[in-house]
Design a protein around this ligand. Structure first.
Ligand SMILES: [Zn+2]
Length: 469
């Protein structure tokens, strides 16, 4: 194992003994194993072990799982692949996990910009959603979002939106992995009359996809200020009984905190703790307003934080102290939020913003270094969603959810440290290939499971409808 000049980069010709090798196919020194796919790459960043960069290695994939990581030279002696892909200037990383968003809101990208959160929601987003919300809106908007996410390296996304049945179908057709946090909110929408109907429809969705590999269902109470105590308590009990995640916007703005103190005599985090809603099953989104007691509540409960820096910046909500939370041992993942408040779903762009913002907020240029940022968008995201036994790192036995980024372009040169290039340059545009469970979703930047022309046509159609009203 050789070490280069930079202390955080360890280049190794190969690692991972075969102790994790699945029993099939058999692999003896004299007979190369038949496998589905061999991806040779200039670099591999597996995320586990930490801070490791492998050079000139190959990933062996069979039956949707990672079988081994092995030196490219000699890989053919070990394996007989049905397909070989040679990515001579690329880095392979675990597929990215976009841990928070509202996929269908892609159709409202750029619709109401430069507004504070309350006016943005009350005067623009909610009235427009009320007018246009339908199964077709959600299906078409989710497809547009998935296409963008796949093209920028995301292989798993968390979604909180109405008509999640449509998002499930769109995800299945695209073959992308998702967590659908079905919304629960105190007021009626096109999807239901109130919390009881949302819960019953959401639990049906959970039953439908109980044994599906790709579609995971979670509770999605919108926020402490839009869901009453009784519903929150019910969700807490059901989530623990059914071992299902809870996904909730929390501490997004300073006003949310002051309103809660006025109405309930407590900060929202304390109210959720008292209602039994904070636990390792809970994903708290935003957390821009944090004091010492909030840090302690997160530590004691084991709840996760989903950081959405660009949405927080655009809506002037505040700053999540990522470095402080991570140093306190709290798991922090990352999300783009919806395209209406970002306005893109490129997780690489989000990582650059997150890394820069973390340094500014901590007053420390070493805060959220490139490897830590990449971990936030992979393994930490998988942990938050309860999927880390399956995804989040490139390890034998895990699902073959893989993203390839081409570092051969002019804007990437020269490459001293592939991890830095991923975080601090425009990597989203350099994503070349994406696989989920070994299935190729993006090949040489072309979508394989979605029809890009059709999606473009539908987006233009919706823009015309929405703009004239
Ligand atoms: Zn959100």
């Amino acid at each position: 194992m050789a070490e280069t000049g930079h202390s955080s980069i360890l280049l190794a010709p190969c690692f991972y003994p075969d102790r994790h090798m699945p029993t099939t196919p058999t692999n003896t020194p004299s007979t190369p194993a038949h496998i589905d796919l061999l991806i040779k790459a200039r670099w591999i960043i597996p995320v586990v072990p930490e801070n490791r960069i492998l050079e000139n290695c190959a990933l062996a994939v069979h039956q949707g799982k990672i079988l081994a990581i092995t030196p490219s030279d000699g890989a053919i002696q070990r394996f007989t692949p049905r397909e070989i892909i040679d990515l001579g200037s690329h880095v392979l990383i675990p597929g990215l996990v976009n841990a928070h968003g509202h996929a269908a809101m892609s159709l409202l990208r750029g619709y109401a910009d430069d507004q504070p959160l309350k006016a943005w929601l009350n005067d623009h987003i909610w009235p427009t959603e009320k007018r246009w919300m339908s199964e077709e809106f959600v299906r078409d908007g989710t497809e547009l979002a998935i296409a963008e996410m796949v093209k920028t390296g995301t292989t798993c996304f968390s979604d909180m939106y109405f008509f999640p049945e449509q998002a499930a179908q769109a995800s299945l057709e695209a073959s992308i992995r998702c967590q659908l946090a079905f919304p629960i909110i105190d007021f009626p929408t096109a999807w239901g009359q109130g919390p009881d109907e949302y819960l019953s429809k959401g639990l049906n969705l959970h039953d439908t996809f109980r044994s599906n590999h790709l579609v995971n269902v979670a509770f999605g109470p919108h926020a402490p200020y839009t869901v009453c105590d009784a519903s929150l308590q019910k969700i807490a009990v059901l989530a623990h009984e059914m071992d299902m995640p809870i996904h909730i916007h929390l501490h997004e703005t300073a006003q949310e905190i002051s309103d809660s103190i006025q109405q309930y005599g407590r900060r929202p985090s304390q109210r959720l703790m008292d209602l039994g809603l904070l636990s390792p099953l809970t994903q708290t989104v935003h957390m821009t307003q944090i004091d010492d007691t909030d840090v302690q509540l997160l530590q004691n409960s084991g709840a996760h934080v989903i950081h959405c820096p660009e949405s927080n910046l655009k809506l002037a909500s505040g700053f999540c102290p990522v470095d402080r939370l991570m140093k306190a041992g709290i798991n922090v993942a990352i999300g783009t939020d919806g395209a209406a408040s970002n306005n893109d779903l490129d997780l690489f762009g989000e990582l650059k913003t997150a890394a820069l913002l973390a340094k500014a907020v901590a007053g420390d240029a070493s805060a959220l270094d490139a490897h830590t940022a990449l971990r936030m968008a992979t393994l930490n995201g998988a942990r938050a969603l309860g999927l880390d036994d399956c995804i989040g790192s490139l390890e034998p036995g895990k699902s073959a959810d893989i993203t390839a980024v081409n570092l051969g372009e002019l804007v990437m040169q020269p490459v001293y440290n592939p991890a830095s290039q991923l975080i601090y340059t425009r990597s989203g545009n350099a994503v070349s290939h994406v696989w989920v469970e070994g299935k190729c979703l993006l090949k040489n930047r072309e979508l394989q499971t979605l029809n890009e022309r059709e999606i473009l046509g539908k987006a233009k159609w919706w823009q015309k409808q929405i703009a004239v009203h």
